[in-house]
Design a protein around this ligand. Structure first.
Ligand code: HAM
Length: 422
């Protein structure tokens, strides 16, 4: 038998963990600065939640969800995206009673059965931010600013933002009518997938990657030219806020999203140098979502930031992150008595917050020293028969190669002093 991680999933090995710790370590203080509080939702939800939120006709619902029935016959789905569960929690816990908007963030794994490629996985991790309960375009600006702060603090350069408004249930049908008519008149130029999209989810034709469809998309009608007054004002106000913030962005009429709950503002952030899958964050408004999930009519806006892609960008840009320290103290033991004293000694050192390790089994002193060196130990404590008889430890400073004999009672003090200098 030769097991491997399932296709499209990946192990995050110890060598990559410093990146994750570094990025996650920045998320909490940034969210705190904006008044966002963390929420965690289950990895499974009722399948109907995602179907209601993301809707049929999207790739996620039609072919990418990991859905199954549990032993009791309940239809469940692994978290296919982060927004629907958070809005479900908002409704379930009566968060409409709190001061609005309710500002929430999460770190979640997301499961989608997509075709794996560089930067696209079947399980990925998102840092998501949601502000639920306000229509005000200043909240749209807040989500964008928080995201930009995150990318900046993490140290990614060359991030760009594309922005669009796709209207609301009042104005979108008119726009979709125009779009469908435009495509029908040129149907011979559209790829077979776009012909299907016209029936099921016309907005998605604008996201087609097929070469032959590109001229069609370029000349297609723009949603921003078909907004109702409320959507037009909202978008104009958001753009004014972005202007006063000196926030650069590109208006993109072809930016539509892969989830169907969006209304008004939609956006994506892109990174340079990580290949085709370069969207490092995407989101928008979802003013109809809470109501579609059985709650009161409640507007909302948020973003999902793909952490694998952020970390790929960091690695690509050779951003330095601090390594996770390996244990500074290594206990080398010779003989069975030493092993008994050693096990007690290690317990004492760890209680004193001194990271300590050792090599199990009966190895020569030379082999133990080699292992200590390979593991990056700063001090090796040598326990042999003589040391045990005399109640001392031989301490070898691995940096200078000098050795000192220290009484076991003084050891914690000695190590605390020595390791501060090392
Ligand atoms: P999304 O665009 O599907 O939006 O995902 C957000 C981000 O997650 C993407 O921009 C990308 O960075 C990352 N991502 C998505 N799929 C993958 C994948 N297969 N492998 C690696 N990374 C991936 C949402 O999920 C919305 N819930 C975002 C949102 C929050 N909208 C409003 N609030």
């Amino acid at each position: 038998m030769n097991f491997k991680a399932p296709r499209g999933t990946h192990d995050i090995l110890p060598d990559q963990q410093p990146y994750w710790r570094y990025v996650e370590g920045l998320i909490h203080p940034i969210c705190g600065r904006y008044g966002y509080r963390q929420i965690s939702t289950p990895s499974i939800e009722e399948t109907a939640l995602f179907v209601r939120a993301v809707r049929e006709g999207t790739d996620i619902v039609d072919k990418e969800m990991y859905s199954f029935e549990d032993q009791g016959g309940n239809p469940l789905t692994l978290r296919a995206e982060g927004t629907a569960p958070v809005v479900r929690a908002y409704i379930e816990h009566g968060f409409h009673m709190l001061p609005q908007p309710v500002r929430l963030y999460y770190l979640s794994s997301i499961f989608r059965q997509e075709r794996p490629q560089a930067g696209r996985y079947r399980e990925h991790h998102q840092f998501g931010v949601e502000a639920i309960g306000s229509m005000d375009p200043s909240v749209d600006a807040e989500i964008l600013t928080l995201s930009r702060d995150f990318y900046e603090r993490v140290g990614i350069t060359g991030v760009s933002l594309r922005l669009n408004s796709i209207g609301c249930p009042l104005c979108r049908p008119g726009y979709l009518g125009e779009l469908v008519t435009y495509y029908r008149e040129r149907i011979a130029q559209a790829c077979p997938d776009c012909r299907k999209r016209l029936e099921r989810n016309p907005l998605r034709v604008l996201d087609c990657k097929v070469e032959d469809c590109q001229p069609l998309i370029e000349d297609a009608p723009h949603s921003v030219d078909h907004l109702c007054e409320a959507c037009r004002d909202h978008f104009a106000q958001l753009r004014e806020y972005l202007d006063v913030l000196d926030f650069p962005y590109e208006l993109s009429h072809r930016l539509v999203r892969g989830l169907d709950y969006y209304t008004k503002t939609v956006f994506e952030f892109y990174a340079e140098g990580i290949g085709a899958q370069n969207a490092i964050g995407g989101g928008g408004r979802y003013d109809g979502l809470a109501e579609a999930l059985g709650g009161l009519s409640t507007p909302g806006i948020g973003i999902g930031i793909g952490l694998e892609r952020v970390i790929l960008t960091l690695m690509e840009q050779e951003t330095e992150v601090s390594p996770i320290e390996s244990p500074a103290v290594f206990v080398a033991m010779l003989g069975d008595d030493a092993k008994k004293v050693g096990i007690q000694l290690r317990a004492r050192l760890r209680q004193a917050d001194l990271p300590t390790t050792y090599a199990p089994g009966a190895r020569s002193l030379k082999a133990q020293m080699r292992q200590a060196n390979a593991g990056g130990a700063k001090v090796v404590l040598i326990l042999g028969e003589e040391e045990i008889r005399e109640g001392v430890v031989t301490c070898r400073d691995m940096g200078t190669g000098t050795q000192e004999t220290v009484g076991t009672d003084d050891l914690v003090d000695y190590l605390q002093r020595t390791l501060r200098i090392c």
